[in-house]
Design a protein around this ligand. Sequence first.
Ligand code: C2E
Ligand code: CA
Ligand code: CA
Length: 638
Amino acid sequence: MDQTALIGIDNYSPVGDVAVIAMCASIFIMLLTSYVSRTRSFHIFMGIVALLALAAMANIFYHALLDIGNPDYYSLVYVLRVLYQAMLFNILFLFALYATVVSGLEHRKARYVAIGATVLLIVIVVLDIIFAATGIGFQITEDGRVVSRTNLFIIGYLIFVVLIVVLVRRVGELLYKNVVYGFLGIIAVAVVVRLGQLPLHESSLTTMSFVFPVVAMLYVMHSNPYNMSLGTVDKRALEDTVATMYERHESFIFMSLHLPDYDGEGRELPEEIKALVRQFSAEDFRGCILFQLDNGHLLMVVPLKHNPDFENRIAGILAHFDEQYERFKLPYTIVIGKDIDEISEKNEYVSFITSVHRSMPANTVRRVGPDDIVRFNREEHILQELADICNKRDLEDPRVLAYCQPVFNLQTGQFDTAEALMRLQLDSVGMVLPDQFIPMAENHGYIHVLTEIILNKTCGEIRRLSSEGFHISRVSVNVSVLELKEESFCSDISRIIESNGVSGDHIALELTESRSEADFMIMKEKIDELRRQGVQFYLDDFGTGYSNMERIMELPFDTIKFDRSLVIASRADERSERIVENLAQMFRDMDYSVLYEGVEDGADEKRCCMMYASYLQGYKYSRPVPIEQLRGFLPKAG
Ligand code: C2E
Ligand code: CA
Ligand code: CA
């Protein structure tokens, strides 16, 4: 035999392959014990991991049998070797398939890639078998040495790598650039490790070089942001889960807990509550997945088929919850329901469940019913209209109605001020009250445009009323604290007031207290700026929040609006009345005006007058009316 034409077979130590098997096992364990979206790419990924482990095992056996040197085993050695290489090529094939799936490559193109890669795979594997059978390729010599005349594996490997690189670059247009560069970098590392073995006559790291891309795939694609202390995953994972279950027609139960005190950034649930959540979800249901939709909003999804006795378990959890409530006394709402086709199809559980929570009084449990879906659809419709209103930013938008409630001025004995209150008039759902759309508009960032519209309509009406000879001191407009964060807030307000030819002192803005220090600073800045143009500021809903007196005094408010709840409280007994009266007196002593909201009858009126009122507002005088109807209340000038 011509020895020069032969390529010697490389050194081998099983360490690399053992490490591959251990890594694959670790990946399997992690994927089994944590939540992963069961997408199509995930199944391909699992296929790759399984093949890698099998290939490493085949390689270990192949070398072990070879080392024994018994010719009886040689045919098995041939088979194991062909099998090993075939599995590695199969992994390369799956890498290509994976790239088409995660990039969302167009169906037709993905098919071409799959067909091309399959043909390549078959050609290489068949050639490998033929080469081995005919003695052109891998051979075991009579003296037990292993030789080869060709290096088909390296050729096939390089062809596949080139195919994958070209593919990744092509589908790269559909992906985030840095991810693509990351993958190309990892392919380079893998190729360097594989080919770097050649001059060293090594082959121990061949299987290992296939693991690197797998690590990258795991890191980028299959690790959902996972909260270690709660075992929860995020909204995106919920959408994946719903999509998969809907596709497979699998029913599920959900249980959602909202603790509004912990909403918002940076408010972690206390450890004791976390411990309870861990216990509830893990111990009571099989196959439970826990999602965290907000810091204070947890959602449990449980497959129905594994939990036929879910009703008992829910009852158990609720009983347990009641006990715990006695300990924590935190406001909560709980929503329980079964999957709903209509919501699954649109994959809208987050907004649906949030909407149910919003509609509930504190500390209640609710089973989802058909009326919740009707309300949700109505809300979705309102939301679309709000989005449209916000996009158009038409300050005359006819869908936004300016209503007004006249306010009685005790000093002048006249209705010379009023509060503007918003309503929506929508074709399909009719009149919508603020409670139903203001929170939504705030959550979606639409509130500022609504304020602009209501302010514009109010200013327009003030101008008309003045020109008709009515006397109107000022109208107050409600502003959400969120809006103050907009860079252009002050300039937007001034521009609208000026463009209507109204002077700033005809307008007041109503603000509510905010807890956050940052909000406080912004509030102060904006109030100062607009006050210079004569705009007044009212503190709205005093007595409902947590009323930090120090903060209130630091902000230059003109009027404090005592919330209706204080008026109601003062009805109850002498002592409450004294408290409200003293509060009002304190404000009056410091030159604030005091306005009582929710004055409903003569008794309220009389009491409020005794309690240092400057202004009175409430159903006793009028419900909110369309702003044009203010004419019926206002005095004539002069
Ligand atoms: P608010 O600012 O406290 O407005 C007073 C609410 O109390 C109004 O409800 C009014 O109709 C109601 N009200 C007035 N007098 C009485 C009374 O004697 N008894 C009772 N039970 N209620 C009375 P409305 O118009 O439904 O507004 C609800 C809330 O929606 C407002 O509370 C305010 O927070 C918000 N809102 C209304 N319009 C706007 C707006 O243009 N912009 C913003 N950001 N919020 C608004
Ligand atoms: Ca108000
Ligand atoms: Ca109020």
